[in-house]
Write a new protein. Structure first.
Length: 397
């Protein structure tokens, strides 16, 4: 199917028509991943008569983390591990308040979300070292009180992808688990107690679709020029598609080692201004400086220069004003995958035995207000391929 992207070099109308077909085939094939090494139930079960205790660790706050956690909880509800209940819209991007709410309000005969089992490094290296040491010690207690830990994001996955403990660990929302060194290969995590969901072509698809729709010649991208920064931004995938398609990459390097949120926001804003002067489209990569506080200004900067933007993170950032991304439909598909993975582990599977492959349906998310502001009139076939359409920005943005 992906060969179709490489033949869309002819008539523009034909190209845009085939975009809809491409996205359709991606959507119907999203669940065609390698099977697990053995069949495991997802039915609710107790841990020798006791509830399973789950812990959570993240590198710091990020929009995607909260959305992913909510989707996973909803997935566990659908499987019957948690009684179905409405999760409130809690303000902010932090998962701490969500975890505290879950510990008090979620009803389950099978799972326990202890309020003291939530950990965050706050994107600070010194804090990170202390937190990780504390977590590892707790995971190795003789009187074990954590049966599985969620490692949210690349930082957390890097910290727990080792043999310093044996507690089942599932890595969520990792941009590229292989290039960051979290897993041994896409097929094998390399550690019995580790599982990290992978979608090897995810970011290639994003850039290919963005290029098919906009047809840019110079793509702006910003990232920290380190191995970790390149992994977050999927630079290798951008370079691969650029070589195949023949467009130029315009780079802006964010200073490495920034730990302060406000400083990170300033660096991202500076890069955005630079890229808007040099590129004709921007692929907005993952960075702590891109958040609900900085998004309105970033959108304003891009709109002023009529620059189309594509969010690597997903539709949550499109809601706040970036032009488009791949719709994640409230993250429900990937949340269900994570929930089933947890359920299989509690039914006897080793994390390493379970398939890590999961490809989300690649429907488009688009913001029509931004499209209007930059003078982009999306064709009807693009709109028909959209799963999420935002007609305005959130109040006050």
């Amino acid at each position: 199917m992906f060969l179709l992207f490489n033949i869309l070099k002819g008539d523009l109308i034909v190209k845009k028509t085939l975009i809809v077909l491409i996205i359709f085939f991606v959507c119907i094939s999203f669940n065609c991943f390698a099977g697990d090494a053995g069949k495991f139930s997802t039915d609710p079960t107790l841990n020798k008569g006791h509830k399973w205790q789950i812990a959570y660790y993240e590198g710091g706050e990020y929009i995607e983390y909260k959305m992913t956690l909510i989707a996973t909880l909803k997935g566990l509800m659908k499987l019957g591990w948690i009684e179905t209940t409405k999760i409130p819209e809690l303000p902010g991007e932090d998962t701490k308040s969500l975890w505290n709410w879950a510990s008090k309000n979620l009803k389950s005969k099978y799972l326990l979300f202890n309020k003291n089992a939530h950990f965050s490094s706050g994107w600070k290296e010194d804090t990170r070292k202390k937190i990780v040491n504390s977590i590892i010690k707790r995971l190795n207690w003789k009187q074990k009180n954590i049966d599985l830990i969620i490692a949210m994001g690349t930082w957390a996955a890097e910290d727990l992808a080792n043999n310093k403990h044996k507690t089942p660990t599932i890595a969520l929302a990792v941009s590229d688990a292989l290039s960051s060194g979290v897993i041994k290969s896409y097929e094998d995590s390399g550690i019995d107690h580790l599982h990290a969901r992978v979608d090897p072509l995810r970011y290639e698809r994003q850039i290919q679709i963005f290029h098919d729709i906009i047809g840019f010649q110079k793509l702006g991208i910003m990232y920290e020029n380190t191995m970790r920064g390149k992994s977050y931004a999927s630079v290798d995938k951008v370079e691969k598609v650029a070589k195949e398609r023949g467009f130029e990459i315009v780079r802006c390097f964010i200073p490495k080692g920034i730990e302060d949120k406000k400083e990170a926001e300033k660096s991202v804003i500076k890069c955005f201004k630079e890229l808007c002067d040099k590129a004709d489209a921007i692929y907005v990569t993952l960075h702590m400086g891109i958040n609900k506080d900085s998004l309105p200004l970033l959108v304003q900067i891009a709109n002023k220069k009529d620059i189309p933007t594509f969010s690597q993170a997903g539709s949550e950032e499109v809601k706040y004003g970036f032009l488009m991304s791949i719709s994640q439909a409230e993250f429900k598909y990937v949340g269900q995958f994570y929930a089933e993975t947890i359920a299989k582990i509690f039914n006897g599977a080793k994390p390493r035995q379970l398939s890590q492959f999961f490809e989300e349906p690649s429907k488009i998310a688009i913001n029509l207000k931004t499209a209007e502001n930059i003078g982009y009139d999306p064709p009807i076939d693009i709109l028909s391929a959209a799963d999420e359409i935002f007609e305005d920005y959130p109040p006050g943005k």
